[in-house]
Design a protein around this ligand. Structure first.
Ligand code: GLP
Length: 267
């Protein structure tokens, strides 16, 4: 696992956007061989999306041959609902870049047949071979996508019930009203994320410090789903200083030292 420690949230955003752009460019995607990118929502990736839009507008990258799969969606919210992840992605990223509509995939929160929708999503991912890079965040309770503590570490795309902690955390997007947050969601599984060629998680702020400690220094445990990243051959965590508050000083120094010379740059 790589742990990239930046000073600030802005630096995380720039680092992550540069990395995504670098991976896409290096892949040289074409219509026959698209780059398959897994994406996430939440406050944390907002800065990365803004930076990616800047890189696109500067003419340094094209999303024409990029195919995306989002991690999750609330059940019961349609694409026009401002709190849906469809809406979030469209507003904060897709409408600003040249990605073809047909290349965008999100789980359908209005489905009545969860099993069919989830199997269809898994099949769709498989039809592209693999996800080349899955970008995610982490909940303060260590969830990835909507795989809450206690989730099977080999799970596939399915319906899940949110914990009280996640409902409280996400209520800020629903005017602070917890009763408005859907308690059921569709989410890719931990196994689905782990099948990606590379997984990059963005972690910002001291609210995430406990989760980061479990991810990096803890043992692999279903009560801290993020800890599964230790099993991934190409796992990257990009974090800021406040998120490292619960890491040992030695751990921080170790990862800083080995990352010193590795900042990616796009031409
Ligand atoms: C939600 C999303 C996750 C995200 C998490 C953290 O629960 N389903 O994918 O990682 O929130 O969000 P934030 O970045 O806002 O802290």
């Amino acid at each position: 696992m790589r742990l990239i420690i930046n000073n600030t949230y802005q630096e995380i955003s720039v680092w992550a956007a540069n990395y995504v752009a670098y991976r896409i460019k290096n892949f040289r995607p074409s219509a026959q061989k698209p780059f398959v990118l897994g994406l996430c929502t939440g406050s944390t990736p907002l800065g990365m999306y803004a930076e990616l839009i800047k890189i696109y507008k500067a003419g340094k990258i094209s999303f024409e041959n990029v195919v995306t799969f989002n991690m999750d969606e609330y059940l019961g919210l349609g694409p026009n609902d401002e709190q849906s992840y469809h809406y979030f992605m469209h507003e904060n990223f897709f409408r600003h870049v040249n990605i073809p509509q047909a290349n965008i995939h999100l789980l359908n929160g209005l489905t009545k047949d969860y099993t069919k929708e989830c199997q269809h999503y898994e099949d769709l991912i498989k039809s592209y071979g693999t996800i080349h890079l899955f970008v995610g965040g982490v909940g303060s309770d260590g969830h990835i996508a909507f795989n809450e503590p206690g989730s099977s570490l080999t799970s596939r795309t399915r319906v899940k019930t949110l914990t009280a902690e996640t409902i409280a955390a996400n209520s800020r997007f629903f005017g602070g009203n917890k009763s408005k947050v859907p308690n059921s969601v569709l989410t890719v599984g931990i196994g689905t994320i782990m099948d990606a060629e590379e997984v990059m998680l963005l972690v910002s702020g001291d609210k995430k410090a406990r989760a980061l400690h479990h991810a990096v220094e803890g043992s692999i445990n279903h009560m801290w789903p993020v800890s599964i990243l230790q099993m991934h051959p190409h796992g990257i965590i990009v974090c800021d200083e406040p998120a490292t508050n619960e890491l040992k000083a030695d751990t921080v120094r170790y990862f800083k030292e080995i990352e010193q010379q590795r900042m990616p740059k796009i031409k």
